[in-house]
Ligand binder design. Structure first.
Ligand SMILES: Nc1ncnc2c1ncn2[C@@H]1O[C@H](COP(=O)(O)OP(=O)(O)O)[C@@H](O)[C@H]1O
Ligand SMILES: [Mg+2]
Length: 312
């Protein structure tokens, strides 16, 4: 697999504070790689070091096999960046903003016109081309920010928390757009503190905490790291505690809690746990409202590795 980014033993200090402490990872061509971590874990710092916007104390970074430098225009042309903070010109329209950013890399006017329309279509801003940023909702503004960053059709795209505080419709639109960019051949680095997003979007996930890579792999590989197979939830009124005690003795059960009419059963391993529980209730003639099983989440992975929740 062709390596697009190679980060080795990266250390970044702000004065004496180590924001990144020995970070290493690689990104291959055509992947969507998620950098997942709570606020302050070092996601933006990592991206800014890769882009040579920040200098760093130790380590090495290569993009397309070459060392990146701030004035490497040739490499920059191949890169699209969507920063965490929206950065567009208030006095320009949607179309003019995209034209400006695209124009930094694409000088041919007719090619640019096509590229701008492609970007507008990708983020569905067709009805807003003549609007100015002030007239756009938060979600539409984020979509404009993305269109500005990717209109020149870069091979490598960085998106830093592009969905913070956007409405669900814009969120779905943004995630769909990113998939389309990947399907069209781009390699994508996506940072977020929303674990649900990396799960549905990313081919591979790198989990950061306090400037360290604490785990990386596919969503399934990461879930293998936790000792939980599944969590079964049962909504049931007035459950006799003898059933709770009996379920605790089931072979694969790790823990059972009954509180507020919800029974939570955590299974350590096993494949037909839900069926076993349903059969047990049927046999004992216990009536319940709802029963469902969930696989561990990336939050469980984070919790097991760090002792704290990933959520804000
Ligand atoms: N310019 C800066 N000066 C000092 N500390 C900074 C600066 N930028 C970021 N930091 C600190 O570095 C750590 C990582 O920040 P950042 O990369 O922005 O995290 P994330 O993007 O994951 O939220 C945080 O503790 C943050 O407070
Ligand atoms: Mg950040």
């Amino acid at each position: 697999m062709e390596k697009v980014i190679e980060v080795k033993n990266l250390v970044k200090e702000y004065k004496s504070f180590k924001a990144l402490d020995d970070i290493s990872f690689e990104v291959c061509k055509g992947e969507i790689v998620g950098l997942l971590g709570p606020n302050g874990s070092g996601k933006s710092t990592t991206i800014n070091c890769i882009l040579a916007l920040l200098d760093f104390k130790e380590g090495s970074i290569k993009i397309f096999g070459k060392e990146m430098s701030p004035d490497n225009y040739e490499v920059k042309q191949e890169i699209g960046v969507v920063f965490q903070e929206v950065a567009v010109f208030e006095e320009l329209t949607v179309y003019e903003n995209i034209d400006y950013f695209c124009g930094l890399y694409v000088s041919d006017k007719s090619i640019r016109e096509k590229f701008i329309m492609d970007a507008i279509k990708l983020v569905h801003l067709e009805d807003f081309v003549n609007f100015r940023p002030k007239q756009l909702s938060g979600g539409l503004l984020r979509r404009l920010n993305i269109a500005c960053g990717i209109a020149h059709k870069p091979k490598l795209i960085f998106l830093d928390e592009p969905t913070v505080a956007v409405d669900p419709q814009s969120r779905n639109n943004i995630l769909d757009g990113i998939r389309t960019l990947r399907d069209n051949g781009a390699t994508i680095i996506y940072t977020t503190h929303y674990m649900e997003e990396v799960e549905i979007l990313c081919d591979r996930i790198i989990i950061l905490d306090k400037g360290h890579v604490i785990a990386s792999g596919t969503s399934d590989e990461l879930k293998e790291l936790v000792n939980i197979e599944e969590k079964v939830t049962v909504e049931v009124n007035d459950l006799d505690l003898k059933y709770v005690d009996n379920i605790k003795k089931f072979k694969n059960v790790d823990s059972v809690v009954y509180s507020n009419r919800v029974l939570s059963v955590v299974y350590k391993k096993g494949k037909n746990n839900l069926v076993e529980l349903i059969d047990y209730f049927r046999k004992e003639n216990v009536k319940y409202d709802k029963i469902f099983s969930e696989r561990p989440t990336l939050n469980d992975v984070f919790l097991e590795l760090t002792g704290k929740e990933l959520r804000d």
